[in-house]
Design a protein around this ligand. Sequence first.
Ligand code: SAH
Length: 454
Amino acid sequence: MAYTVNKNDRLTVSVEDLTHDGAGVAKVEGYPLFIPNVLPGEEVEVQVTKTNKKYGFAKLIDVKKASPDRIEPPCPVFWDCGGCQLQHLSYEGQLVQKRKTVRDVMDRIGKLPHVPVHPVKGMDNPWRYRNKSQIPFSERNGKTIAGFYETRTHDIVDTDQCIIQTEEADALMATIKHKLHELGLHAYDEVKHRGMLRHLVVRKARATGEVMVVLVTRTKNLAQKEAIIDVVKTVVPDVTSIMLNVNSKKTNVIFGEETILLYGKPVIVDKIGDTQFEISARSFYQINPEQTEVLYGQALEYAQLTGDETVIDAYCGIGTISLFLAKQAKEVYGVEIVPQAIEDAKRNAELNHIENAYFEAGPAEVVIPNWYKSGKKFDVLVVDPPRKGCDEQLLNTILTHKPGRIVYVSCNPATLARDLRILEDGGYRTEEVQPVDMFPHSSHVECVAWLRKI
Ligand code: SAH
């Protein structure tokens, strides 16, 4: 009789692969076990933590035979914190693994074995890259804690340092945490809905060095306002902006509706290439600016603009790609579902004196057909959809009107592969896929692909 895997079983298994979220996969007589913190090629002793009919989960007890790519994670809380998944894998190893993830879905989901997947463009120094930190605060046993959540929980892993965020975020996180009591303030208690400070949000504009600090509090009546401003100014003497955001709801959502200026300016300014962007407390903005430039540079190269093209930027956010492309195109039309982001896009176009970029708020699958109906013609279509990929209706519109060239920016290789297959079946050919490492040490990988009408 075949062996059945049960909860709490201790087993020694061989790790075959990594899933897209960074867990190892091992099979026990065909039954897959998912195991965090292990690597392909390793032999490990594990304990089963949960079983379902078709698969189970296990935790690492001991590494019997280590992968040559295994390293000691530089972060002391890596094993507990849910922020990173791959610090135990050398950075070179991470890039190889991410390329393999993309190759696998291109073959398995996209049935696209002919499409070249290039080596991942990584960072020279893959640390301290995050320009935004959203740090939850809480109290545990009468002590203030701050850090990031354990995987799939709301338990904060208390830490004074996170080596993928900026030095300023580290210093503010530690100092405010240790001074909170002194200031007569309590961190927010999620269960009792009491206490004051919920989150500390720190944003830094890489190109200009400007820093914004947002204190997210439960009520507007923050006592010791001046004292807190002084603490922030001591830690970051040339801070550009200190904001208060009020979130009085019992919710996981970080920001509330009301944002008040406490000190300095309400925005910071950053640059991607030579395009400037104004960032406010709640604006969406790419979180790894150095690699964003690599990503957009690749999108621009694949768009092959000569200055005569009319381009669509679908899922445009605050218009970052649109404005980046506008200088090389005749016209760019951006569409995005969040009206506030479209406001930001229009303001950023003005800020950069860009007059050939137009923006419209609404679902891409509705707005783009309307543009075509009104008689507009487009040469190049850029899409950068959320994880679920392009809307089916949008893909149908593309296949009806057939722009000559498509540049597909994707944060999810699986839905990218699915959509490329649909476009191939409809008369396009995928020429290249270039993965870019936007989030070192996490399991995510971003890709840019380009397709030609055949
Ligand atoms: N291109 C931007 C943002 C990409 S993120 C950048 O590089 O910064 C994906 C964006 O798609 C988000 O801003 C999200 O609000 C938007 N979105 C989600 N569904 C949409 C839809 N149906 N139509 C248009 N935009 C949508």
